[in-house]
Design a protein around this ligand. Structure first.
Ligand SMILES: [Fe+2]
Ligand SMILES: [Fe+2]
Length: 410
């Protein structure tokens, strides 16, 4: 098979990307296109780019909507290796027989040993050709893949001339082919700047709405470079431990915790982001492992199944994510029950867990409105409904929650 590879940030996937994919397929040069959202961007700091799992899942939904039944797939290959996501590394990793065979099979394409001999093409705009030699290990890229170049009307790039030029630069005969597409004047940064999503698939619009993705992004300016790096790196690692829904939930809690910290105590921004992001990290571990970790962390304080992941999460944050800050570990430990004398960080993570934007278990508009004005009042409202739920089910309220309720005057 000839397989086109389209890498990018996809923050968000938009109609320009879609026209590129369509054009590549319609050219007949490739039989399939694999879209590859980047995990770590070589030329961008983590600031100003949504965490990788958001971009990956958003791209999956958009591709599923637009290209249902067509050979267009999304790969998470860049989550699978550490280090910066350079084009050459990605091509080498995706083209490994073991990976590509399993990947195509899981997407319903039958392959056998006989047709493992795929040819890969990196899809890109023609505007990259005049300076392609500046790409990281450009010569090696041309050694393992072709380039499939989209030319737009009036882009002013003389492709045959550029091919000849690059042949001379590299001393090889590069496989550079072109296809034509209509110009679509749209960019991800423009979409985010204007907060106008009409040029994105409707499932992408829905995703952005559900996770309140591009609102309050300026709050990341309050976060240190180290915390941003950790937040991004942890989000990639969490992908291995959590399914889509819970992973996006826990990232949402990180972002909302950051927002609350920016309102109530800016000095907590770093810790709030990380504590929120990791609060549910252990929730999909095997239950017996959770119980063992919970026991190791806090004896028999948490024995109910639903609560195990909180102390287990603190152990995992410490051992797997190397978090040592006791305030962060406490906020994770007590995010399910609360406790007496809650710290502001405890309260922030507890509340963000209840109110992050994808939560739809009840009408939370009052709680959300209150949460940015008076954190204790918002907590009272949330805990009241927790108590109501427990009372109606005749369930025992955890002693730590009773202390918490007592403290906030319930
Ligand atoms: Fe939880
Ligand atoms: Fe949670």
């Amino acid at each position: 098979m000839n397989i086109g590879l389209l890498g990018g940030t996809f923050d968000p996937l938009h109609n320009g990307h879609i026209s590129l994919i369509r054009g590549a397929l319609e050219s007949g040069i490739v039989d399939a296109v694999i879209v590859i959202p980047s995990a770590r961007n070589p030329f961008k700091s983590g600031r100003g780019v949504s965490a990788a799992p958001y971009r990956y899942y958003m791209t999956c939904h958009g591709v599923e909507e637009i290209f249902e039944g067509v050979n267009v797939f999304v790969s998470d290959i860049e989550f699978m290796y550490s280090g910066t996501s350079f084009t050459l590394t990605t091509i080498k990793e995706i083209s490994k027989t073991s990976y590509i065979r399993a990947f195509l099979k899981s997407n319903g394409i039958k392959t056998s040993e006989a047709d493992d001999n795929h040819r890969f093409f990196w899809i890109t705009g023609s505007d990259v050709l005049p300076s392609f030699e500046k790409w990281h290990e450009a010569d090696k890229i041309l050694g393992v893949a072709g380039l499939l170049v989209a030319s737009r009307p009036g882009d002013g790039v003389d492709i045959p001339y550029q091919v000849e030029r690059l042949s001379k630069v590299f001393g090889l005969d590069p496989d550079i082919r072109q296809f034509k597409i209509e110009g679509v004047d749209v960019s991800s940064s423009g979409i985010r700047r204007n907060m106008s999503f009409v040029d994105t698939p409707s499932s992408v619009q829905e995703f952005i709405r559900t996770h309140d993705l591009y609102n309050h992004e300026e709050l990341f300016d309050e976060v240190s470079d180290d915390a941003i790096d950790n937040y991004n790196e942890f989000s990639i690692k969490l992908y291995r431990f959590l399914g889509e829904k819970r992973l996006l939930h826990t990232l949402n809690v990180g972002r909302l915790s950051l927002r609350y910290a920016s309102i109530y105590d800016k000095s907590l921004c770093d810790r709030a982001l990380i504590a929120g992001e990791l609060h549910d990290c252990a929730k999909e571990l095997d239950e017996s492992l959770q119980a063992q970790m919970a026991h190791e962390w806090s004896g028999d304080l948490f024995v109910e199944k639903k609560l195990l992941h909180s102390p287990a999460g603190a152990v995992m944050a410490k051992d797997e994510f190397s978090v040592t800050d006791p305030e962060i570990l406490d906020a994770i430990t007590y995010h399910t029950t609360g406790r007496g004398n809650m710290t502001l960080l405890d309260k922030i993570v507890y509340l963000a867990d209840k109110l992050e934007p994808s939560r739809t278990y009840a009408d939370l508009s009052k709680e959300r409105e209150l949460s940015v004005k008076d954190i204790d009042a918002a907590l009272r409202l949330c805990v009241k409904s927790v108590k109501k739920k427990f009372d109606s089910r005749g369930q025992r309220i955890h002693p730590l929650t009773l202390d918490f309720m007592n403290d906030i005057g319930l």
